[in-house]
Design a protein around this ligand. Structure first.
Ligand code: PXP
Length: 235
């Protein structure tokens, strides 16, 4: 299984002080050195974490793939066509949400997504659709002609260790299998951490996981000792 590392929350921390520390580029370069498949960034409409200048710099300086998560707006379409990342993942976006809450409603908007996806694919960027693990949405994605979907693992992550874990896991498994029958490559992500990620190995042929918050959170604790000791040494 491949890993896409989402570095949005390095930018969240940077933006809290408005300066340029910690560096989003450095986080991407360190992740890239680990042999990951892609650096994932979500350029939100409100630019709450990743900024346009981050995307430009990453595109110029990284050698690994960039997976741009974006809402299906005309502004984002212009950006993706201009930036030409290797990959882009279309997500629904609400201004008030803390993080992406649900998947795209592809089945109710087939003509819209069809045209939107075609424009991006014709420009050389592969597209995946971020959808809930729901057979209707999987089948609708096939109609759009996308070769990739990303299954929203948020409900499974929230249910992990609780009574409905199995139910949510089975929804992922069934949707992944259906997509694969239809010839769609299946990625997954959202809310995955160092515990709940292990069950992703029970889903056959899952291609890539996109993981952000838990990796950046863990990085604080695997790095904090050294950071404190370095400062102690300096003073
Ligand atoms: N995949 C998609 C489509 C997302 O929107 C996000 C959050 O930006 C992620 C994966 C990563 O989620 P998390 O930060 O919870 O690992």
């Amino acid at each position: 299984m491949l890993l896409g590392v989402n570095i949005d929350h390095v930018a969240t921390l940077r933006n809290a002080r408005g300066g340029d520390e910690p560096s989003v580029l450095e986080a991407a370069l360190i992740s890239q050195e680990c042999g990951i498949n892609a650096i994932t960034v979500h350029l939100r409409e409100d630019r709450r974490h990743i900024h346009d200048s981050d995307l430009k710099e990453l595109k110029e300086k990284l050698t690994c793939k960039i997976n741009l998560e974006m809402a299906t707006t005309s502004e984002m379409l212009e950006i993706v066509l201009k930036t030409k990342p290797e990959f882009c993942c279309l997500v629904p976006e609400k201004r008030q949400e803390v993080t992406t809450e649900g998947g795209l409603d592809v089945s109710s908007n087939i003509p819209y997504y069809n045209e939107y996806v075609r424009k991006i694919q014709d420009n050389g960027t592969l597209v995946s659709l971020f959808i809930d693990p729901d057979i209707h949405q999987v089948e609708a994605s096939k109609e759009i002609g996308t070769k990739f979907i990303e299954l929203h693992t948020g409900a499974y992550a929230n249910a992990f260790g609780k009574d409905n874990e199995e139910h949510e896991f089975q929804r992922l498994l069934t949707s992944a299998k259906r997509a694969q029958e239809l010839g769609i490559t299946v990625n997954a992500g959202h809310g995955l951490n160092y515990k709940n990620v292990l069950r992703m190995k029970e889903i056959p042929n899952l291609h890539e996981l996109n993981i952000g918050h838990s990796i950046i959170s863990r990085a604080i604790f695997v790095g904090l000792r050294q950071a404190v000791l370095e400062m102690k040494e300096l003073i």
